[in-house]
Write a protein of this length. Sequence first.
Length: 399
Amino acid sequence: LSPVCLGSLRRAASINAEYMGTLVSVFVLILIVISSCGFIIQTMPQYKYPMYVGPTRESVPPIFEYIEIVSMTLFGIEYFTRLVAASCCSYEVLKMSPEYFNVLTCCCKSSWMEPLKKVGNWFFRPMNLVDFLAILPFYLKVMTNRPGIFDLGYLRILRLARVFRVFKVGKFSEGLSLYYAVLKASSSAFKLLLFFSCLTAVVFGSLLYELEHGVYEPADGKWYRPDISGSGMQISPFYSIPQCFWWCFATMSTVGYGDLAPTSTVGKVVTILCMHVGILAFAMPITIIGSNFSRMYDMKLKLMMEKAAEADQGGMFLEKHIQRLDGIMERIGKINMEVKNNVRELEIFTQRLHKERPEIMKALEDTSRTMMDDVSDDKLCQEGKCEKESEQKMKREGQ
């Protein structure tokens, strides 16, 4: 096959592989949605004991069990297929470095252990661990056949994390890569935000605890503080500094749920200070994150415009050459038609000449035969002369 044909076959195979990969991803995504909806809906009161009566208190309607069995079976097949395929793929396809090792692959340094190293590194990727934990409860229950031993049903909620695979399909992958780039570029801002949040929580949480924890009552073992009117006493929710942290984070972020609130005048003043400090502490790092997002987004738009311009130039260049090739093919077709017409006319002339003037045809045939004989004689003479010269040369060399 020519290089052009091989290139076309490679492009066709790549397109087919990409198309099949998209279909598989969409199918798995639909399965994830169905399985997750089944897991969520079966927690509704009408599908649980005592409104639904089954063999046991943990029983659910059969339809949810069928969804669980089918989805977990297909999830298991998909997971173990990718696990086995990881050992056969190259590092470029797996997007991992050959020098990378983890706890499971630290001993896989020989060349014959490369497949085990790839599988181990692939297994410890975050999303692959989520996939493993999502199917683990079902298969533990199947292997033990005793649901009470491994009651890990809460791990099934991790299956919802598999929904993030939707970002691998279509145009959403570009948005995901943009968010990842922004978060990576803003890591210092996140560290600054975490530092200020913890520092503010410790300072204002300690202050509010000292102002609002109240008086301990040995009779019932609880702390009491004055109520909002100041005429009575109520149980204080600020009985420890860690409990005050929740109030501090809700106040700094200006959410203010209202479940925890100070009643003393000094406590309210501290709350106002905490609000303003929280606004400043959150505003500065968030501004950095926003500017990084704007910068990354502008860079992405510029890159997309450059790619579009290159594609347009490439398309115009290709279209120009296609037009030139079309003109050449058209001229070649005209020349071919002219040659066929001339050959047909020559055949008709030869037939008429043979029929009307046979003596001329005979003379032409004799002349042609004589010319062919002369050419053959000249060729034989030339070959004989070459042989004589080679013999004479050999004799001279022998002497």
